[in-house]
Design a protein around this ligand. Structure first.
Ligand SMILES: Cc1ncc(COP(=O)(O)O)c(C=O)c1O
Length: 390
């Protein structure tokens, strides 16, 4: 019997990085000493007190039953306490919080909640590829907002075509930014809110790296006056507490958008395992020393990597102010794919070619600071060796 997939399956974008990942796996299997800095999977373990909270919760049979559809009240309250403590943002636990299976799920769902076929969503270029997945599922179209180096990798709303702005219903932003490692200013968020209000565009701010800003200026979108009128912020425990495998995220802010996300999820899920929800509340309410330590670790790794490249005369380097990535300009005359390919084949270093994040990502590769400092310095030496021959 022929199995005919639904049209939506054909609309889903190609996974650009899949072939690089599988070729790296082949090299590793062949016994080659590969330094894999191509992906964004945190390398350090979840802090012990959070794991212990899960162990305790898993022993309690009440967590074995279906949890409430929209998450445990204790987790929703913990999320509000966390936002009030970290950002001074007050949230209503009933109406302004949607618990998610990781940020990724919500970032895909929001397009299904807001977009009809033919609608437009604005996306950052370069940007996190999964924004495009949700837009494709909704049958909508995207228009890229280039993040230019000369603008500090912030979109320039004056460059958005007026007709596009009028048709756009949704916009994705992400600071600290993957892949450029840039951070946003409060002035930029104020401009964003004014632009969104002018054109009736919902803002989805992806704050996945909220805990990993190094310049001290990084803030929540929800701190800006009027933010809740126009949008929501997506937060995740994946990076803040090394909990990527646990799949805990949340969307916060505009109550209409939050209600849409919760309604869609009422049909898909019965929320996360109660034990994970209790451990997530422990993470948010417990001692935050582990977060400070993690931020310091990533800062030292970034410094070790960039200082090594500088010492070795790498042609051009950019500051990395947030996230755990370094956005590295490719040597003059080399494309991002060609450079990444040479790094893989000649030196066994895996990086992500910038073009995989959008056309404006050409001319850069993304390097994840997800290995010990000595290993990152070794990677820098190998990268500089290829650049010297470029
Ligand atoms: C920019 C950005 N947003 C969202 C996510 C998704 O995180 P999670 O689904 O683990 O919450 C990631 C993960 O790599 C990311 O880099």
């Amino acid at each position: 019997m022929p199995i005919i997939p639904a049209n939506v399956m054909r609309r889903l974008p190609q996974q650009f990085f899949a072939s690089l990942t599988s070729r790296a796996a082949v090299l590793i299997a062949s016994g080659r000493d590969v330094i894999n800095l191509g992906q964004g999977n945190p390398d350090l373990p979840t802090p012990r007190h959070i794991v212990e909270a899960l162990q305790t919760a898993a022993q309690d049979p009440t967590t074995h039953r279906y949890p409430p559809f929209r998450g445990l009240p204790a987790l929703r309250e913990a999320i509000c306490t966390f936002y009030a403590r970290e950002y001074g943002v007050q949230l209503d636990a009933q109406r302004e919080v949607a618990v998610l299976f990781g940020g990724k799920a919500g970032l895909v769902e929001i397009s299904q909640c807001l977009l009809n076929p033919g609608d437009i969503a604005l996306v950052p270029d370069p940007g996190y590829p999964d924004y495009l997945s949700g837009i494709a599922v909704a049958g909508a179209d995207f228009v890229a907002m280039p993040l230019a180096e000369k603008n500090g990798f912030l979109p320039d709303y004056r460059q958005v075509d007026l007709q596009v702005a009028e048709r756009a219903k949704l916009m994705f932003l992400n600071y600290p930014n993957n892949p450029t490692a840039a951070v946003a200013t409060s002035t930029f968020f104020e401009e964003t809110i004014a632009f969104a209000k002018r054109h009736d565009i919902v803002v989805a701010h992806d704050f996945a790296y909220g805990a990993l800003g190094f310049s001290g200026v990084q803030q929540s979108f929800l701190q800006s006056p009027g933010a809740k009128d126009v949008g929501v912020e997506f937060y995740t425990l994946s990076k803040t507490y090394n909990m990527a495998g646990w799949r805990v995220g949340f969307a916060l802010g505009n109550e209409t958008v939050v209600e849409l996300l919760n309604t869609l999820q009422d049909h898909y899920f019965v929320s996360l395992f109660g034990g994970i929800q209790r451990a997530a509340a422990t993470a948010l309410l417990g001692d935050q020393g582990c977060v400070r330590e993690l931020r310091d670790t990533y800062r030292s790794r970034r410094d070790a990597f960039l200082n090594a490249l500088k010492r070795l005369g790498y042609p051009r380097l950019l500051p990395a102010e947030g996230s755990f990535f370094v956005w590295l300009p490719t040597p003059p005359g080399t494309t991002s794919v060609a450079f990444a390919e040479r790094l893989l084949q000649e030196q066994g270093v895996v990086v992500a070619p910038g073009i995989g994040f959008g056309e404006a990502g050409e001319g850069y590769v993304r390097v994840a600071m997800l290995a010990p400092e000595a290993r990152l310095e070794e990677a820098a030496a190998r990268i500089a060796a290829v650049a010297a021959k470029a």
